[in-house]
Design a protein around this ligand. Structure first.
Ligand code: PAF
Length: 291
Protein backbone atom coordinates (compact mmCIF):
# COMPACT_ATOMS: atom_id res chain seq x y z
CA UNK A 1 0.00 0.00 0.00
CA UNK A 2 1.28 3.43 -0.93
CA UNK A 3 0.54 6.05 1.77
CA UNK A 4 -1.65 8.92 0.57
CA UNK A 5 1.11 11.43 1.37
CA UNK A 6 2.35 11.32 -2.22
CA UNK A 7 0.30 12.38 -5.24
CA UNK A 8 0.60 9.97 -8.12
CA UNK A 9 0.07 11.91 -11.34
CA UNK A 10 -0.44 9.90 -14.49
CA UNK A 11 -1.83 12.41 -16.99
CA UNK A 12 -0.49 15.68 -18.33
CA UNK A 13 -3.65 17.47 -17.13
CA UNK A 14 -3.27 16.12 -13.58
CA UNK A 15 0.39 17.11 -13.54
CA UNK A 16 -0.35 20.64 -14.76
CA UNK A 17 -3.14 21.07 -12.19
CA UNK A 18 -0.86 19.90 -9.37
CA UNK A 19 1.92 22.28 -10.37
CA UNK A 20 -0.55 25.17 -10.77
CA UNK A 21 -1.77 24.68 -7.19
CA UNK A 22 1.80 24.52 -5.83
CA UNK A 23 2.68 27.68 -7.72
CA UNK A 24 -0.50 29.44 -6.51
CA UNK A 25 0.59 28.63 -2.94
CA UNK A 26 3.95 30.31 -3.66
CA UNK A 27 5.95 27.08 -3.57
CA UNK A 28 9.19 26.59 -5.52
CA UNK A 29 9.04 23.36 -7.55
CA UNK A 30 11.95 21.02 -8.32
CA UNK A 31 11.85 18.14 -10.80
CA UNK A 32 13.90 14.96 -10.56
CA UNK A 33 13.56 13.19 -13.93
CA UNK A 34 14.17 9.43 -13.73
CA UNK A 35 13.41 6.22 -15.58
CA UNK A 36 12.60 4.47 -12.28
CA UNK A 37 14.29 1.39 -10.77
CA UNK A 38 15.41 3.90 -8.18
CA UNK A 39 18.64 3.42 -6.25
CA UNK A 40 20.67 5.50 -3.79
CA UNK A 41 21.97 7.63 -6.66
CA UNK A 42 18.42 8.77 -7.50
CA UNK A 43 17.65 9.29 -3.83
CA UNK A 44 20.62 11.64 -3.65
CA UNK A 45 19.08 13.60 -6.55
CA UNK A 46 15.85 13.84 -4.55
CA UNK A 47 17.70 15.04 -1.42
CA UNK A 48 19.45 17.71 -3.47
CA UNK A 49 16.15 18.79 -4.99
CA UNK A 50 14.70 19.12 -1.49
CA UNK A 51 17.53 21.48 -0.47
CA UNK A 52 16.56 23.85 -3.29
CA UNK A 53 12.76 23.68 -3.37
CA UNK A 54 9.54 23.46 -1.37
CA UNK A 55 7.89 20.89 -3.61
CA UNK A 56 9.72 17.97 -5.19
CA UNK A 57 8.24 16.09 -8.13
CA UNK A 58 9.97 12.94 -9.39
CA UNK A 59 9.11 11.67 -12.82
CA UNK A 60 9.31 7.95 -13.53
CA UNK A 61 9.10 7.25 -17.24
CA UNK A 62 11.05 4.76 -19.34
CA UNK A 63 11.31 6.90 -22.45
CA UNK A 64 11.13 4.74 -25.61
CA UNK A 65 12.44 7.62 -27.72
CA UNK A 66 15.92 7.34 -26.19
CA UNK A 67 16.33 3.59 -26.87
CA UNK A 68 17.61 2.30 -30.21
CA UNK A 69 15.85 -0.62 -31.97
CA UNK A 70 18.36 -3.18 -30.61
CA UNK A 71 18.70 -1.74 -27.12
CA UNK A 72 17.31 -2.87 -23.79
CA UNK A 73 13.94 -1.04 -23.72
CA UNK A 74 12.00 -4.25 -22.97
CA UNK A 75 14.54 -5.49 -20.46
CA UNK A 76 15.00 -2.14 -18.68
CA UNK A 77 14.05 -2.74 -15.00
CA UNK A 78 10.61 -1.42 -14.02
CA UNK A 79 9.70 -1.29 -10.32
CA UNK A 80 6.96 1.37 -9.99
CA UNK A 81 5.61 0.19 -6.62
CA UNK A 82 9.04 0.07 -4.95
CA UNK A 83 9.94 3.41 -6.57
CA UNK A 84 6.84 5.10 -5.15
CA UNK A 85 7.52 3.66 -1.69
CA UNK A 86 11.06 5.04 -1.71
CA UNK A 87 9.82 8.44 -2.83
CA UNK A 88 7.25 8.45 0.00
CA UNK A 89 10.00 7.78 2.54
CA UNK A 90 11.93 10.77 1.17
CA UNK A 91 8.84 12.97 1.48
CA UNK A 92 8.49 13.69 -2.24
CA UNK A 93 5.20 15.53 -2.83
CA UNK A 94 4.34 13.99 -6.20
CA UNK A 95 5.43 11.39 -8.71
CA UNK A 96 4.63 11.81 -12.40
CA UNK A 97 4.27 8.34 -13.95
CA UNK A 98 2.67 8.77 -17.36
CA UNK A 99 2.05 5.95 -19.81
CA UNK A 100 3.84 5.89 -23.16
CA UNK A 101 0.49 6.76 -24.83
CA UNK A 102 0.09 9.80 -22.56
CA UNK A 103 3.54 11.13 -23.45
CA UNK A 104 3.52 10.11 -27.12
CA UNK A 105 -0.10 9.83 -28.29
CA UNK A 106 1.10 9.42 -31.88
CA UNK A 107 1.88 5.70 -31.59
CA UNK A 108 4.78 6.12 -29.15
CA UNK A 109 6.64 8.46 -31.52
CA UNK A 110 7.29 12.18 -31.75
CA UNK A 111 7.68 13.80 -35.16
CA UNK A 112 9.12 16.87 -33.45
CA UNK A 113 12.50 16.28 -31.84
CA UNK A 114 14.90 18.43 -29.88
CA UNK A 115 18.25 17.58 -31.41
CA UNK A 116 21.57 17.42 -29.61
CA UNK A 117 23.42 18.29 -32.84
CA UNK A 118 26.98 17.07 -33.43
CA UNK A 119 27.59 16.35 -29.74
CA UNK A 120 24.70 13.92 -29.87
CA UNK A 121 26.62 11.81 -32.41
CA UNK A 122 29.90 11.30 -30.52
CA UNK A 123 30.87 9.12 -27.53
CA UNK A 124 27.56 7.83 -26.06
CA UNK A 125 25.76 9.24 -29.09
CA UNK A 126 28.03 7.36 -31.50
CA UNK A 127 27.21 4.02 -29.85
CA UNK A 128 23.56 4.99 -29.37
CA UNK A 129 22.42 6.95 -32.46
CA UNK A 130 19.45 9.18 -31.66
CA UNK A 131 19.75 8.56 -27.92
CA UNK A 132 20.37 12.16 -26.89
CA UNK A 133 17.71 13.53 -29.24
CA UNK A 134 15.32 11.21 -27.39
CA UNK A 135 16.63 12.42 -24.02
CA UNK A 136 16.45 16.12 -24.90
CA UNK A 137 12.96 15.68 -26.36
CA UNK A 138 11.53 13.97 -23.28
CA UNK A 139 13.32 16.36 -20.91
CA UNK A 140 11.86 19.32 -22.83
CA UNK A 141 8.40 17.75 -22.58
CA UNK A 142 8.83 17.22 -18.83
CA UNK A 143 10.00 20.83 -18.40
CA UNK A 144 7.03 22.03 -20.44
CA UNK A 145 4.46 19.92 -18.56
CA UNK A 146 5.80 20.51 -15.04
CA UNK A 147 7.44 23.95 -15.43
CA UNK A 148 9.84 23.43 -12.52
CA UNK A 149 12.08 26.20 -11.20
CA UNK A 150 14.91 23.69 -11.17
CA UNK A 151 15.70 20.16 -12.32
CA UNK A 152 18.29 17.80 -10.89
CA UNK A 153 20.43 15.38 -12.94
CA UNK A 154 23.17 12.93 -11.98
CA UNK A 155 26.73 13.48 -13.13
CA UNK A 156 27.09 9.79 -14.09
CA UNK A 157 25.84 10.55 -17.59
CA UNK A 158 28.17 13.53 -18.01
CA UNK A 159 27.31 14.00 -21.67
CA UNK A 160 23.59 14.11 -20.87
CA UNK A 161 24.15 16.72 -18.16
CA UNK A 162 26.31 18.80 -20.51
CA UNK A 163 23.68 18.60 -23.30
CA UNK A 164 20.77 19.43 -20.98
CA UNK A 165 22.63 22.45 -19.60
CA UNK A 166 23.50 23.61 -23.12
CA UNK A 167 19.89 23.14 -24.28
CA UNK A 168 18.55 25.18 -21.35
CA UNK A 169 21.02 27.96 -22.13
CA UNK A 170 20.54 27.92 -25.89
CA UNK A 171 16.73 27.69 -25.80
CA UNK A 172 16.44 30.20 -22.89
CA UNK A 173 14.41 27.75 -20.83
CA UNK A 174 13.44 29.41 -17.54
CA UNK A 175 14.89 26.94 -15.05
CA UNK A 176 18.10 26.07 -13.26
CA UNK A 177 19.92 22.74 -13.76
CA UNK A 178 21.65 21.21 -10.75
CA UNK A 179 24.17 18.35 -11.16
CA UNK A 180 24.74 15.76 -8.41
CA UNK A 181 27.95 13.69 -8.04
CA UNK A 182 27.77 9.97 -8.83
CA UNK A 183 27.02 7.70 -5.88
CA UNK A 184 29.28 4.62 -5.71
CA UNK A 185 29.30 1.27 -3.93
CA UNK A 186 32.13 0.97 -1.38
CA UNK A 187 34.19 -0.91 -4.02
CA UNK A 188 33.82 1.92 -6.53
CA UNK A 189 31.02 0.62 -8.79
CA UNK A 190 28.87 3.55 -9.90
CA UNK A 191 25.22 3.01 -8.99
CA UNK A 192 23.03 2.38 -12.03
CA UNK A 193 19.56 0.92 -12.55
CA UNK A 194 21.21 -1.49 -15.01
CA UNK A 195 23.38 -2.96 -12.20
CA UNK A 196 20.24 -4.93 -11.26
CA UNK A 197 20.70 -6.90 -14.51
CA UNK A 198 24.24 -8.10 -13.59
CA UNK A 199 25.05 -11.56 -12.24
CA UNK A 200 27.44 -11.65 -9.26
CA UNK A 201 30.37 -12.50 -11.57
CA UNK A 202 29.46 -9.73 -14.00
CA UNK A 203 29.22 -7.28 -11.12
CA UNK A 204 32.85 -8.05 -10.26
CA UNK A 205 33.82 -7.60 -13.92
CA UNK A 206 31.98 -4.25 -13.97
CA UNK A 207 34.52 -2.87 -11.49
CA UNK A 208 36.83 -2.51 -14.52
CA UNK A 209 35.10 0.80 -15.31
CA UNK A 210 35.83 2.52 -12.00
CA UNK A 211 39.31 0.92 -11.88
CA UNK A 212 40.08 2.34 -15.31
CA UNK A 213 39.08 5.80 -14.08
CA UNK A 214 41.30 5.39 -11.02
CA UNK A 215 44.20 4.29 -13.22
CA UNK A 216 43.69 7.32 -15.45
CA UNK A 217 43.64 9.61 -12.42
CA UNK A 218 46.88 8.13 -11.10
CA UNK A 219 48.55 9.05 -14.41
CA UNK A 220 47.14 12.59 -14.54
CA UNK A 221 50.50 14.27 -13.95
CA UNK A 222 51.81 12.60 -17.15
CA UNK A 223 49.15 13.98 -19.51
CA UNK A 224 46.24 12.79 -21.62
CA UNK A 225 47.96 9.99 -23.60
CA UNK A 226 49.41 8.45 -20.41
CA UNK A 227 46.00 8.61 -18.76
CA UNK A 228 44.36 6.85 -21.71
CA UNK A 229 47.05 4.16 -21.79
CA UNK A 230 46.72 3.53 -18.05
CA UNK A 231 42.94 3.19 -18.27
CA UNK A 232 43.18 1.01 -21.40
CA UNK A 233 45.48 -1.47 -19.65
CA UNK A 234 42.72 -2.29 -17.15
CA UNK A 235 40.53 -3.55 -20.00
CA UNK A 236 43.35 -5.53 -21.60
CA UNK A 237 43.70 -7.49 -18.37
CA UNK A 238 39.97 -8.09 -18.06
CA UNK A 239 38.23 -10.48 -20.45
CA UNK A 240 34.69 -10.26 -19.06
CA UNK A 241 34.28 -6.67 -20.21
CA UNK A 242 34.26 -5.24 -23.73
CA UNK A 243 35.34 -1.64 -23.89
CA UNK A 244 33.04 0.50 -26.01
CA UNK A 245 34.92 3.80 -25.69
CA UNK A 246 37.42 5.48 -23.47
CA UNK A 247 37.91 9.20 -23.99
CA UNK A 248 39.17 12.33 -22.32
CA UNK A 249 37.35 15.61 -22.87
CA UNK A 250 37.56 19.17 -21.67
CA UNK A 251 34.56 19.33 -19.28
CA UNK A 252 33.82 22.95 -20.22
CA UNK A 253 33.30 22.17 -23.94
CA UNK A 254 33.13 18.36 -24.18
CA UNK A 255 35.77 18.58 -26.95
CA UNK A 256 38.42 15.82 -26.97
CA UNK A 257 41.47 16.90 -24.97
CA UNK A 258 44.81 16.85 -26.81
CA UNK A 259 48.04 15.56 -25.24
CA UNK A 260 49.17 19.07 -24.29
CA UNK A 261 45.96 19.83 -22.43
CA UNK A 262 46.33 21.19 -18.90
CA UNK A 263 43.70 21.81 -16.24
CA UNK A 264 40.50 19.86 -15.64
CA UNK A 265 39.75 16.85 -17.84
CA UNK A 266 36.85 14.41 -17.76
CA UNK A 267 37.59 10.74 -18.40
CA UNK A 268 34.60 8.95 -19.94
CA UNK A 269 34.21 5.21 -20.23
CA UNK A 270 31.53 2.87 -21.59
CA UNK A 271 31.74 -0.92 -21.67
CA UNK A 272 29.63 -4.02 -22.09
CA UNK A 273 29.66 -6.56 -19.30
CA UNK A 274 28.59 -10.15 -20.02
CA UNK A 275 27.87 -11.56 -23.44
CA UNK A 276 25.16 -12.03 -26.04
CA UNK A 277 21.66 -10.65 -25.61
CA UNK A 278 22.04 -10.29 -21.84
CA UNK A 279 25.20 -8.11 -21.99
CA UNK A 280 24.76 -4.96 -19.91
CA UNK A 281 26.16 -1.64 -21.11
CA UNK A 282 27.51 0.60 -18.36
CA UNK A 283 29.03 4.08 -18.33
CA UNK A 284 31.13 5.99 -15.82
CA UNK A 285 33.29 9.12 -15.67
CA UNK A 286 35.53 11.15 -13.39
CA UNK A 287 37.13 14.58 -13.45
CA UNK A 288 40.87 15.03 -12.82
CA UNK A 289 43.28 17.92 -13.18
CA UNK A 290 46.38 17.75 -15.35
CA UNK A 291 48.90 19.99 -13.62
O1 PAF B 1 19.05 9.88 -16.98
C1 PAF B 1 17.93 9.34 -17.14
O2 PAF B 1 17.47 8.53 -16.33
C2 PAF B 1 17.12 9.68 -18.39
O3 PAF B 1 17.94 9.88 -19.49
C3 PAF B 1 16.18 10.88 -18.19
C4 PAF B 1 16.96 12.15 -17.91
C5 PAF B 1 15.22 10.60 -17.04
C6 PAF B 1 15.35 11.11 -19.46
O4 PAF B 1 14.57 10.00 -19.78
Amino acid sequence: MVPAAIQTLTTVDEARAFVASERAAGRRVALVPTMGALHQGHLELVRTAREHADTVIASVFVNPLQFGPHEDLERYPRTPQADTEQLVVLGVEAVFMPSVEEMYPDGGRSATLVTAGHLGTVLEGRSRPGHYDGVLTVVTKLFSILQPELAVFGEKDAQQLFLVRRMVRELNLPLEIVGVPTVREPDGLALSSRNALLTEGERQDALALSRALEAAGAAADRGVEAMLAAAQSVFQADTGVRLDYLAIVDPSTFAFAGDHHHGPVQVLVAARVGSGATAVRLIDNAVFTIP
